[in-house]
Write a protein that binds this ligand. Structure first.
Ligand code: ATP
Ligand code: MG
Length: 412
């Protein structure tokens, strides 16, 4: 089954708007067992729309259009679709009612221009838009289906989820889709591919792997799909193969599933009734900034010290001057002393730290961070190297420190 997403809009092509509708549509279809097989962006002029309709209807089973349905004169999608089918326009009475209500609630008279939103091609079935004023439209073209949705993202999303999916599920066999994510750090994509090549060679056809490189490492996604009636067997199969993958990636996998690092840290600290203190140099407070984005952080995060000057590392965090002198301020030892120091200073169960270079420094120091960990019994630290811009290296530094923290919490 081939599904094409056809985004209409000059703004998209000029780089003024990011085509998030395409991404969102791809995600929603995928998580419902359908695959978007083509994504296209075109200008909103008559010739481009007509040409795209002609070609894409020939080559796909389903076309989902978005954009160009508004009341302004630049919105020509409706008229062009009517011209394509060689039909006239009709007024949809339910949409008129909806529009009347919509404007009455806002104390605005229903102008002719707004009422014109209820005009649709004669051969369409209206999909009521309860999130805005432009109705969605459904055209059945022989065995094929054409949908036209407004461009406003939350309206597009509403219609896709609530109107289009049910139609697809009725016309095309219901699919089962399930996936499992391994979150990996410290292994390049190519080595990862080498490691799992042997398992992947034995994969049944309904299973596939995808690699998603992210700030917090690589997300390896293992997906199984098939018919809905085989759901139980498919689940079992997925569990078997993820078991095989888990066994060979254990040393590189810091967690599984989709939950964010900050959520994961919150879960572990609250479960174990632990508290945390943070000493940040290279990350400048962004670790604390990230951890407080999830509600509940106040139950475990005591606080942090942004110790950017060497002097502050010494005076506030009690890092011995001799160690800084001997090892350098960006070193394994200083990272550990910072973690120990902040842990004592704030009276927390666990202290973590960062000290590093976000940029290249001089000729031979490449961006890297030493991240430290200290609890009542032991301290540890690890180096992570970065290869990007200053901003991204700092973001990676935040993730590195949290991945290292999770890793240390797993040590028995
Ligand atoms: P309106 O009633 O606002 O005119 P419309 O259906 O005519 O809606 P457009 O005019 O194409 O749609 O776009 C309206 C707004 O929706 C744009 O300003 C833009 O912010 C957003 N938008 C349109 N297309 C997309 C897209 N593909 N991805 C993300 N946002 C989009
Ligand atoms: Mg518009």
């Amino acid at each position: 089954m081939k599904i094409c997403f056809l985004a209409i809009g000059n703004e998209l092509l000029k780089g003024r708007i990011v085509n998030t509708n395409l991404t969102k549509a791809g995600e929603i279809l995928r998580t419902n067992g359908y695959d978007l097989t083509r994504g296209l962006t075109i200008q909103d002029d008559k010739e481009s729309i007509l040409a795209a309709l002609e070609k894409e209807l020939a080559e796909n089973d389903v076309i989902i259009m978005s954009g160009g349905l508004g009341p302004t004169t630049d919105d020509i999608t409706k008229k062009t679709i009517a011209a394509y089918f060689g039909v006239g326009m009709k007024e949809d009475t339910t949409t008129v009612e909806l529009l009347t209500q919509f404007f009455a609630q806002r104390n605005i008279p229903l102008s002719d221009r707004n009422r014109a939103q209820a005009m649709v091609p004669e051969n369409c079935e209206v999909m009521l838009n309860l999130r805005g004023t432009a109705p969605g439209m459904y055209f059945s073209v022989g065995e094929k289906k054409l949908f036209s949705l407004p461009g406003v993202p939350f309206e597009m999303l509403y219609l896709l989820e609530n109107k289009i999916l049910p139609i697809l599920k009725q016309s095309f066999p219901l699919k089962h889709y399930q996936n499992h994510i391994f979150r990996l750090w410290g292994i390049p994509e190519s080595s990862l591919a080498d490691r799992i090549a042997e398992i992947e060679d034995r994969f049944p056809p309904e299973l596939d792997l995808s690699y998603l490189p992210r700030i917090d490492g690589i997300w390896l996604e293992c997906t199984i799909r098939g018919n809905a009636e085989d759901k139980a067997a498919l689940s079992e199969k997925l569990a078997y193969w993820t078991g095989e993958i888990r066994a060979i990636l254990a040393d590189k996998c810091y967690t599984e599933g989709r939950q964010s690092l900050e959520q994961e840290v919150l879960t572990i600290f609250t479960e174990r009734k632990l508290t945390l203190a943070i000493a940040e140099s290279m990350t400048g407070g962004q670790i604390a900034g990230k951890l407080v984005t999830v509600s509940g952080a106040s139950s475990y995060l005591k606080g942090g010290v942004t110790a950017y000057f060497t002097e502050i590392k010494e005076k506030v965090l009690n890092v011995p001057a001799e160690i800084i002198e001997k090892e350098g301020v960006v070193s394994a030892e200083v990272a550990m002393k910072m973690a120990e120091g902040v842990r004592t200073l704030l009276g927390a169960d666990i202290g973590i730290s960062t000290t590093g270079y976000a940029d290249k420094s001089g000729e031979d120091i490449l961006p890297h961070v030493w991240t430290g960990y200290a609890d009542a019994h032991r301290s540890n630290s690890r180096r992570f190297d970065f290869f990007n811009t200053r901003e991204i290296n700092i973001e990676r530094g935040v993730s590195a420190a949290l991945v290292f923290l999770l890793n240390q919490l797993a040590v028995k």
